[in-house]
Write a protein that binds this ligand. Structure first.
Ligand SMILES: O=C1C[C@@](O)(C(=O)O)C[C@@H](O)[C@@H]1O
Length: 212
């Protein structure tokens, strides 16, 4: 499944885009949605991730908006491995009471760590109670991609992404190796380096499925 990562749009543009996709990530930190618009967007589609990366607003406000999204239909929230443990526990508890799922994610915009480091990151995120572990690392070589993709042999419920131009293969391979979905850019543009557009990703998946 392709998950379109939505940023930089108005609520009505988002609602229009949601008509054409089976899954989307709503990057609340890269949008300017009012409470009413958050409710409207999350109520409009059955398979949305609510993501609000830290730094733009207070932690109280970020938490409030993530909880609002969950109460109004988000299927998933994405929380950062680096966030305080108590906050992660609070969000996991809140989501699970509503029957919603939690992605614990970590990003490394500089490099792909060693295999041992990757394994221990996955294990920590699993232990913390992630329904899905997401690891996105800048991949600067074929070896880095191979290292990232090798994690699929060991673990279920993971999504491993190689960011940057060298990491593209990992984005296409992900759903074929066990990831529940892979990210593509929304119509307003990429939310991470190396993302394909939705139609490019659709085409790549079709090519592999049909062996064309
Ligand atoms: O964590 C991820 C993955 C991502 O960083 C990517 O590389 O496609 C894009 C982010 O919006 C999302 O939250």
């Amino acid at each position: 499944m392709i998950c379109v990562s939505i940023s930089g749009q108005t609520a009505s543009q988002i609602l229009e885009e949601l008509n054409h996709v089976s899954m989307a990530e709503i990057r609340l930190d890269l949008l300017n949605l009012s409470d009413n618009e958050i409710m409207e967007v999350f109520e409009a589609h059955p398979n949305l991730i609510a993501t609000y990366r830290p730094g733009r607003v207070t932690e109280i406000e970020r938490t409030r908006q993530l909880k609002l999204a969950l109460k109004h239909g988000a299927t998933w929230i994405d929380i950062e491995l680096e966030a305080p443990t108590d906050w992660k526990k609070e969000m996991i508890m809140f989501a699970s009471k509503l029957g919603k799922k939690v992605i614990i994610s970590t990003h490394n915009f500089e490099k792909t760590p060693t295999t041992d480091e990757l394994l221990s990151l996955v294990e920590v995120m699993q232990k913390e109670g992630a329904d899905l572990v997401k690891l996105a690392c800048l991949a600067d070589s074929a070896a880095a991609c191979a290292r990232l993709l090798s994690l699929y042999e060991r673990y279920k419920n993971i999504l491993v992404i190689g960011m940057g131009p060298h990491g593209s293969i990992t984005r296409i391979a992900a759903p074929f190796l066990g990831a529940p979905f892979t990210f593509a850019a929304g119509t307003a543009g990429k939310t991470a380096p190396g993302q394909f557009t939705f139609s490019e990703m659709q085409r790549a998946i079709q090519l592999i499925n049909h062996g064309e």
